[in-house]
Design a protein around this ligand. Structure first.
Ligand SMILES: [Zn+2]
Length: 406
């Protein structure tokens, strides 16, 4: 007799924790200096590369530019660059190098200059610590007060500091952790983005939207309407602009909460999760704003689901967004070409009673399983994405939306 031992091996994973900071007035000044210097270095060397390329059809790489940066710090005009952490400035050069490599690999647009409005962030690649609710990095010896609302597991690595349009400061902390993946359940599911609820599974489980989201959405619509009437540059223009930004933040936060909970639950309960790569159906309402928010959160949701699946050796299968999952009967495959958006329940030609969202989720699951069995899928899971801690260090700050939650 053979005994099967079901032990899931511990694996190394990376999480990003995002916490709000409570810097002192002096620390705010120094943080702002870092944002400014990083922007200066990035833009200066992007410009240098552009000019060199125009003149000689080639430009300096990271190593050559790092040497130039050292020279720059000795010059009177730019001696203030010495006031900030030198590794942070080098990291900005590395980001520029990465942006170039991504561009030449065809994965990204040509790098753009960073503006104060769009970009206030910098990264400390090394010598970072989190002790007693304070983050310690070079140039901030006394530590910056940090609202640690969740236990940080594993070793602390790279930290990225940012400032929101409403003037709040945040830190994203990358960690490396020994993680015990969840056990296999043998269950599979398809997910459909609901109109009323956030999502519905092929098992008929509904995930509700955060109850505040609707309220904030209508607040946002009102605030944006007021904003559009203000004269550009006036005091009330700036005030209203901050108000709009604050509501955006609230929506993002409440959404993020729901997305984390739903993705955590799904990955715990299912081994295979099928979904559309971007839902288009059911989004034809004239509320453009709500469509925009739904699209954005769907993208975030898929990302959260993918990395959680990856940690737990589970699979996420994405199906083509143009697959007619609502119109097709999941039992017999008959297509209802006239299915109206408002119809929640219908019966197919062969008499199969169908609930709109659940039927769609079942079709998505069937399509997902077909993709897996044919081996042609665009799916993630298992041991893909095994990046090293070091390699992870070059992840763009934008990637830090992925606040770890489970
Ligand atoms: Zn049918």
């Amino acid at each position: 007799m053979r005994i099967q031992i079901l032990v899931v091996a511990v694996k190394t994973i990376h999480r990003t924790y995002r916490f709000e900071l409570r810097p002192t007035q002096d620390q705010k000044v120094l943080l702002d200096k870092h944002f400014g210097c990083v922007r200066y270095v990035y833009n200066h060397f992007l410009n240098e590369r552009k000019e060199q390329y125009q003149a000689n059809k080639k430009s300096d790489n990271y190593y050559a530019q790092a040497k130039t940066l050292t020279e720059l710090k000795k010059e009177d005009e730019t001696i203030w660059l010495k006031e900030v952490n030198s590794q942070t400035l080098q990291f900005a050069l590395r980001s520029l190098e990465t942006a170039y490599l991504n561009f030449f690999a065809g994965n990204a647009k040509f790098p753009r200059f960073k503006s104060r409005k769009r970009k206030n962030s910098f990264t400390v690649p090394q010598h970072t610590k989190l002790i007693d609710g304070k983050v310690h990095v070079p140039k901030f010896k006394e530590g910056i007060q940090c609202i640690v609302h969740r236990e940080v597991k594993g070793d602390v690595g790279k930290m990225t500091f940012s400032k929101t349009p409403t003037g709040k400061y945040f830190v994203s902390i990358l960690t490396e952790e020994q993680y015990q993946p969840k056990e296999k359940t043998g269950a599979v599911c398809g997910i459909d983005l609901g109109l009323k609820d956030f999502a519905i599974t092929s098992d008929g489980i509904k995930f509700k939207n955060n109850r505040y989201t609707k309220k904030y959405e209508s607040d946002l619509a009102k605030a944006q309407k007021h904003f559009s009437r203000k004269t550009k540059g006036s005091n009330s223009f700036e005030r209203q602009k901050r108000k709009v930004a604050r509501i955006h933040e609230k929506i993002a936060n409440t959404r993020q909460d729901v997305l984390h909970k739903v993705s955590y639950q799904l990955v715990s309960e299912y081994d295979v999760i099928a979904l559309e790569n971007l839902p288009v159906k059911g989004m034809m309402s004239n509320r453009k704003l709500s469509k925009h928010i739904a699209d954005a959160s769907w993208g975030t949701f898929v990302r959260l689901l993918e990395y959680k699946a990856d940690w737990n050796d589970k699979q996420v299968v994405k199906i083509n967004r143009f697959y007619p999952s609502s119109k097709t009967c999941h039992v017999c495959g008959w297509k209802n070409q006239d299915l109206n958006l408002s119809v929640r329940e219908w019966t197919c030609r062969n008499g199969h009673p169908l609930y709109r969202d659940e039927n769609a989720a079942k079709n998505i699951l069937n399509e997902g399983l077909k993709i897996i069995s044919s081996g042609t899928g665009d799916y993630t899971g298992g041991d893909s994405n095994q990046t090293s801690f070091q390699k992870h260090r070059s992840v763009k700050p934008e990637a830090h939306l992925s606040i770890a939650n489970g």
